[in-house]
Design a protein around this ligand. Structure first.
Ligand code: CAA
Length: 285
């Protein structure tokens, strides 16, 4: 029988994780939201509050529905609280060793038939899976930022993912209002493999002073009809995350397009990580 996934866990409450918590809570699931310490947990809670406040002020959500939605999310810094989850989605920073460590721990906490998913966008899902004692229950479940808005999930199937696990996760993505696509375990999957060469090229145009940030973004927004320009999108994704994705794709043998433009690392070192830090290519209030 297909898993119903009534209680799900999310580990890592950064931009993606917090968005994924909102997606589940909006769709009626109980969510256990975990991060490493009280400050990170509080950031996750605040994110959900602010994001749903915005929806209320735009008349898209009633205050009663907001209260019910927030009530479905439990925030904690204890991984042990994930024990009753039928699915856990990991969304911690793109560092392989960190993800492997978390999967090894969670593998020992949840029930044997629970599904473990990683939201990684560039790291090998198979490597993460084999850090557990039960790799056949591990899949990739890659959401897009902002997760509550974009209706697309890449479901990554490794050579050992069990058929039922994969089918249940694909069905779940549909219940969340997302179109799932099936991809193999290759860095960048479909969307990022296509997107990040383009973003990196835009950064290098800016870095060489070939054109201004506004003009680069206007070219793609107004000239090509994209919802936002590449430098604004880098700020939305987060320059630290974008750097890690590019670096991983480059190291895994994709072409020079993915060698991260030097300015990305410099901006990250200087704390200019994009929207999340208040400044990236643009400054945010
Ligand atoms: N969280 C939740 N909801 C958000 C949001 C956020 N961060 N940002 C915007 N929204 C909601 C708004 O509340 C609004 O909702 P309603 O229509 O229900 O009122 C809706 O989205 C539209 O927002 P706006 O009117 O403010 O702005 P917009 O129409 O310009 O859309 C956008 C904003 C959705 C971000 C749009 O510009 C867009 O789709 N940009 C491209 C994003 C993109 O390419 N993402 C992929 C990044 S790559 C990735 O994620 C993969 C990876 O591994 C890094």
């Amino acid at each position: 029988m297909a898993r119903d996934f009534s209680t799900v866990g999310v580990i890592g409450l950064g931009t993606m994780g917090a968005g994924i918590v909102e997606v589940f809570a909006r769709n009626g699931f109980d969510v256990i939201a975990v991060d490493v310490d009280d400050a990170a947990v509080e950031r996750g809670r605040t994110h959900l509050q602010h994001s749903t406040d915005r929806a209320v002020s735009r008349g898209k959500l009633t205050p009663e529905d907001q209260a019910a939605l927030i009530g479905r999310a439990t925030f904690t810094s204890d991984l042990g609280d994930l024990k009753d989850c039928q699915l856990v989605v990991e969304a911690v920073p793109e560092q392989l060793d960190l993800k492997k460590e978390i999967f090894a721990k969670v593998d020992g906490i949840v029930a044997p038939d629970a599904v473990l998913a990683t939201n990684t966008s560039s790291l090998p899902v198979t490597e993460i899976a084999v850090a557990t004692n039960n790799p056949k229950r591990v899949v990739g479940m890659h959401f897009f930022n902002p997760a509550p808005v974009l209706k697309f999930v890449e479901v990554v199937r490794t050579v050992v993912t069990e058929d039922e696990v994969f089918e249940d996760v694909t069905g779940l993505a549909q219940r969340l209002g997302k179109q799932p696509v099936v991809v193999g375990d290759k860095a960048g999957f479909i969307a990022n493999a296509l997107l990040f060469g383009y973003l990196n090229h835009a950064v290098s145009m800016f870095e060489s002073r070939y054109a201004s940030r506004e003009d680069i973004d206007a070219a793609m927004r107004l000239g090509c009809g994209y919802p936002m320009g590449p430098l604004a999108l880098m700020d939305l994704i987060g320059l630290d995350t974008a750097y890690e994705i590019l670096d991983t794709m480059y190291k895994q043998g994709r072409d020079r397009l993915h060698a991260p433009s030097p300015i990305i690392k410099q901006m990250v070192s200087a704390g200019l990580k994009g929207r999340k830090s208040g400044r990236g290519f643009y400054t945010y209030a």
